[in-house]
Design a protein around this ligand. Sequence first.
Ligand SMILES: Nc1nc2c(ncn2[C@@H]2O[C@H](COP(=O)(O)OP(=O)(O)OP(=O)(O)O)[C@@H](O)[C@H]2O)c(=O)[nH]1
Ligand SMILES: [Mg+2]
Length: 343
Amino acid sequence: MEQSDRPGWWGSTLSKLKSALSRTKSQLVDSIVERESAESPAQAPEGPACAQAAPETVAVAPPPAPPAPPRPIDDEYLDELEEKLIRADIGLPTAEALVFHLRKQARVHLSNSHDVEKLLKREFESMLASAPSPRLGIESGKLNIVLVVGVNGTGKTTSIGKLCWRFKQEGKKVLMAAADTFRAAAETQLEIWAERAGVDIVRLSDGSDPGAVVFQAIQKATSESYDVLVIDTAGRLHNKANLMAELKKVRAVIDKHAGDCPLEALLVVDASIGQNGLQQARVFAEFCPLTGVILTKLDGSAKGGVVFSIARDLKLPVKLIGLGEKIDDLRDFEPELFIEALF
Ligand SMILES: Nc1nc2c(ncn2[C@@H]2O[C@H](COP(=O)(O)OP(=O)(O)OP(=O)(O)O)[C@@H](O)[C@H]2O)c(=O)[nH]1
Ligand SMILES: [Mg+2]
């Protein structure tokens, strides 16, 4: 079966993922295995519509550069490798763990640097496997709540718009709650997304208490048998105690009035900020226990390697990834495909 034929599959095609991850790949893999990188590979067509277009001339790609000569895996090599991993913003603990394993494996199996690619791939795979399932937990026949939190500008509202559109495509009855009452423009932005996605929205007057919005939205969603309620919240700096306390209150309203409903509490992390996203996640998790991460703006970021430290250090699954600004640019995170796109 083709991947795209799988029921409920909202993953990405390899070509789209490869194109979005080209900068990350160049930093995180190509530079480490000493391969010449093609930072902006031509994007392969995705759909059948493109397949009909017959180009008149076919550009012939230059032959790939020969691989660098093999090097012994000694201290000097490993020091350089660790430095490159840190430069790729994979985080010091993750870089150290990788080098530690590499040194161990090198003693047992590896003869030279040409084996590093295989090992790195295996290590990345096992890091992603150490986090819980990346599947979004949506149960049919119940009201599912998706609470979306995160720092300003990370892509919460946009991701909610895309996610609600997707739920709608699946035939679900969807309600949005505009609990970002901090700025009037934020509620209007969500309203525009509700219209685009063709879903309903609960919006109270500007400056209302976000807890009141969530309460009303829960009442409406339960009494009118919605399948999913997706809650937008105000962006907040994780070190602003009063705003974090407000988030805690929103969470308490959900726990009190919809405690039986399946809940996804998703933190939106902007991939371009790399390791800072980890610190944000730690603080948010203290105020509002999280079930996963939406990693946005992977397209164009060179710091997509943060995926590995989120899995390894936080044991938190990345569930959705943002690959652009269009309505269908939010995809399921598929660990195997992600790794395949990097190598
Ligand atoms: N390239 C790209 N841009 C994205 C992605 N996700 C969001 N954006 C852009 O990021 C910007 C901020 O997105 P918002 O959805 O408004 O972010 P927010 O977290 O709701 O922001 P606040 O409400 O101010 O906290 C917008 O210009 C989005 O179009 C993505 O996956 N890729
Ligand atoms: Mg917003």
